[in-house]
Design a protein around this ligand. Structure first.
Ligand SMILES: *[C@@H]1O[C@H](CO)[C@@H](O)[C@H](O)[C@H]1NC(C)=O
Ligand SMILES: *[C@@H]1O[C@H](CO)[C@@H](O)[C@H](O)[C@H]1NC(C)=O
Ligand SMILES: *[C@@H]1O[C@H](CO)[C@@H](O)[C@H](O)[C@H]1NC(C)=O
Ligand SMILES: *[C@@H]1O[C@H](CO)[C@@H](O)[C@H](O)[C@H]1NC(C)=O
Ligand SMILES: *[C@@H]1O[C@H](CO)[C@@H](O)[C@H](O)[C@H]1NC(C)=O
Ligand SMILES: *[C@@H]1O[C@H](CO)[C@@H](O)[C@H](O)[C@H]1NC(C)=O
Ligand SMILES: *[C@@H]1O[C@H](CO)[C@@H](O)[C@H](O)[C@H]1NC(C)=O
Ligand SMILES: *[C@@H]1O[C@H](CO)[C@@H](O)[C@H](O)[C@H]1NC(C)=O
Ligand SMILES: *[C@@H]1O[C@H](CO)[C@@H](O)[C@H](O)[C@H]1NC(C)=O
Length: 247
């Protein structure tokens, strides 16, 4: 059923490109980008809004995930990032040490309405003080993106990320920002932050799994569809915690 829906979508745009700069042109390859919650809290750090929303479903869900390698001296960590959201302009994931000062590395996946909604990717720097965006070049590899209506999905790798370059902070400790903005074919509109994770260790997939689990009352008012994923997630986090305690 879902497959049928996907086949009906006329413009399915995928780009694959090795090592592009922020605004480089991208070549065109026809595959799909599959982003799921699989591995959240275990193999990848996930942030999303609304809580526990399904990036593979077709209800509104702004979702980001990060897998970080262990940093190597003088190199930093390599990040593999997934991003999924709903926008007629762009969705973006930002990494910053403090969202209210300094700058944010912003990774933008968007659709170009001046070009039939084709996918584009861009890196920008956000000034956290005044929310201004400026073009910046940051090495990003393996960019894959896709647009289906207002749903934008993308994956990419960012090598050599080091938070200590910006401030005295642990190398892989960043706040993850998720948000959206407009794009008119030329100008990337202001980044509207929908979620600020607060400082998280990107190298620990469970770093945002609450240590005091939320009350597990099963008297779910109207939360029908989301019950089971939540339970699974909670179970996984408990497992992870016990593994960590044993280590
Ligand atoms: C994405 O999922 C579809 C359907 O489940 C599958 O056919 C396709 O091979 C997957 N693509 C990738 C790149 O994993
Ligand atoms: C997507 O939405 C359609 C209706 O808009 C619904 O029939 C379908 O089951 C949904 N698919 C998923 C995976 O949620
Ligand atoms: C990150 O990737 C680069 C090559 O792209 C590699 O030289 C480096 O060792 C990697 N760093 C880590 C921590 O894996
Ligand atoms: C991170 O950057 C700081 C300051 O530039 C440097 O001293 C440190 O060695 C770097 N760490 C890693 C793991 O790259
Ligand atoms: C972030 O910066 C603001 C303003 O400079 C400061 O008040 C706040 O304490 C900082 N937060 C963190 C977590 O460092
Ligand atoms: C950010 O904006 C503020 C206010 O406009 C300015 O004072 C500051 O220099 C800017 N920072 C950077 C890194 O551009
Ligand atoms: C958007 O499309 C317009 C018209 O084709 C093109 O000039 C512009 O470069 C595109 N922008 C991006 C970021 O792809
Ligand atoms: C930012 O996002 C919020 C919530 O999605 C929305 O209510 C608001 O209008 C947006 N602001 C701008 C300037 O786009
Ligand atoms: C049901 O959902 C509505 C809107 O999403 C919310 O305002 C309300 O508090 C929810 N009720 C329960 C019992 O969760």
């Amino acid at each position: 059923m879902e497959r049928g829906l996907i086949l009906l979508v006329a413009a399915l745009m995928i780009y694959v490109s090795p090592g592009v700069q922020g605004t480089a042109h991208l070549s065109f390859v026809n595959t799909t980008v599959n982003i799921t919650r699989h591995g959240c809290g275990v193999t990848k750090l996930c942030v999303e809004t609304p809580n526990d929303c399904d990036p593979a479903g077709n209800t509104s869900c702004l979702f980001g995930s990060v897998v970080s390698t262990t940093p190597v001296a003088s190199n930093g960590a390599n990040l593999s990032i997934q991003l999924r959201g709903d926008s007629n302009g762009y969705v973006a994931l930002g990494l910053t040490v403090n969202a209210s000062e300094g700058t944010t590395m912003l990774f933008i996946c968007g659709q170009n309405n001046s070009d039939n909604g084709t996918f584009f990717f861009r890196t920008m720097q956000r000034n956290n003080t005044d929310n201004m965006l400026s073009a910046t070049e940051r090495r990003v590899r393996e960019i894959r993106g896709m647009v289906e209506g207002s749903v934008i999905k993308c994956e990419f790798d960012v090598p050599d990320v080091n938070a200590s370059n910006t401030r005295t902070s642990h190398v892989t400790t960043f706040s993850i920002l998720l948000g959206t903005g407009s794009f008119d074919g030329n100008v990337v509109g202001p980044f509207n932050i929908t979620l600020n994770s607060g400082p998280l260790n990107l190298a620990n997939p469970a770093s945002n799994v609450p240590t005091t689990p939320a009350p597990t009352n099963t008297t779910t008012g109207n939360n029908s569809g989301a019950v089971q994923p939540h339970a699974v997630l909670l179970l996984l986090s408990v497992l992870t915690l016990s593994v960590m305690l044993r280590a």
